[in-house]
Design a protein around this ligand. Structure first.
Ligand code: NDP
Ligand code: 8X3
Length: 262
């Protein structure tokens, strides 16, 4: 049970906002938080999928169409939310994407701009928009999706990995700014994860995406939902700063050496 103060026992009074709730992790996190008893604002660009969540779970859900690259819409939060939904206690910064695996010297400029706009600028602005209310109420928890790609380099990760390093450092810096408040900040850093649209979006091809997971048992969205639910459920004096998650079939296995370079 999530208890922000000793007196705060009523889960239905806790409002969460999950970005990227139309697919993958965000969808699983939203479902899990609804089942845990939160009221959940589900956001993303595909409105039909957000409305389907409300159709399934009823009035505990508010569908709110939001493009993370629409900086004006992000800055307009929380006032642009309907009355009764403006006091967001939990922000799950999940929306994000990787595009391509080309090396930096040939990668698409447009792909880089989209990843930075979504994973960096969008995440920072929505956090900035919702923080003043959290501080004024002295309650809140921001959980952001970083990645092992933000910690360990690999070929083709270039801007995607750097965007996730931003997320990790941003969350650490939030902790510094929020010290003295009861607001918590957590960065989840998963590795190989299947069961979402991530690799199809990145590679633009479902069969190539399937190859990423061939012969593995990756982390799945429900595992991420479990982790989010757990960090939120901890006693109010405990903050999980970072949580790195990999499937058992994955490890950071050392530096690579390329021999006989021409
Ligand atoms: P999915 O592709 O399945 O889901 C991505 C979500 O982000 C969708 O709901 C999508 O919604 C939303 N999104 C993307 N761009 C925008 C935008 N411009 N505006 C609003 N919403 C947007 O990916 P995952 O669930 O796998 O990934 C979720 C997060 O976890 C990402 O930040 C990703 O980087 C991170 N992550 C993923 C890992 C993996 O291997 N899958 C591992 C580590 C971290 P819509 O298209 O409807 O707008
Ligand atoms: C997703 C994990 O290894 O594909 O962030 O970059 S990885």
């Amino acid at each position: 049970m999530n208890i922000y103060t000793e007196a705060d026992q009523d889960m239905t009074s806790i409002t969460a906002l999950v970005t990227g709730a139309t697919a993958g992790f965000g969808h699983a996190v939203a479902e899990r938080l609804i089942r845990d008893g939160y009221r959940v604002i589900v956001t993303g660009r595909r409105t039909g999928r957000l409305e389907a969540l409300r159709d399934t779970f009823g009035e505990a859900v508010l569908p709110f169409t939001l493009d993370m690259t629409d900086t004006a819409a992000l800055k307009a939060l929380p006032d642009s939310l309907p009355s009764g939904w403006q006091e967001v206690d939990v922000l799950v910064n999940n929306a994000g994407l990787a595009l391509g695996l080309d090396p930096a010297q040939t990668a698409s400029f447009q792909d880089w701009e989209t990843m930075i706009a979504t994973n960096v600028t969008g995440l920072a602005l929505i956090t900035r928009a919702l923080l003043p209310g959290m501080v004024a109420r002295n309650r809140g928890h921001i959980v952001s999706l970083g990645s092992t790609a933000g910690r360990y380099p690999y070929p083709g990760a270039n801007v995607y990995g750097a965007s996730k390093a931003f997320v990790a450092q941003f969350m650490d810096n939030l902790r510094a700014d929020l010290l003295g408040t009861r607001i918590r900040a957590t960065c989840l850093e998963p590795g190989l994860c299947g069961g979402s649209e991530f690799s199809s979006v990145r590679l633009g091809d479902d069969s190539k995406a399937a190859e990423v997971y061939a012969g593995t048992q990756p982390i799945v969205p429900e595992d991420i939902a479990e982790a989010v639910s757990w960090v939120l459920s901890l006693p109010a004096h405990v903050n999980i700063n970072h949580m790195e998650m990999m499937p058992v079939c994955q490890a950071s296995a050392g530096l690579a050496v390329k021999r006989n370079i021409a």
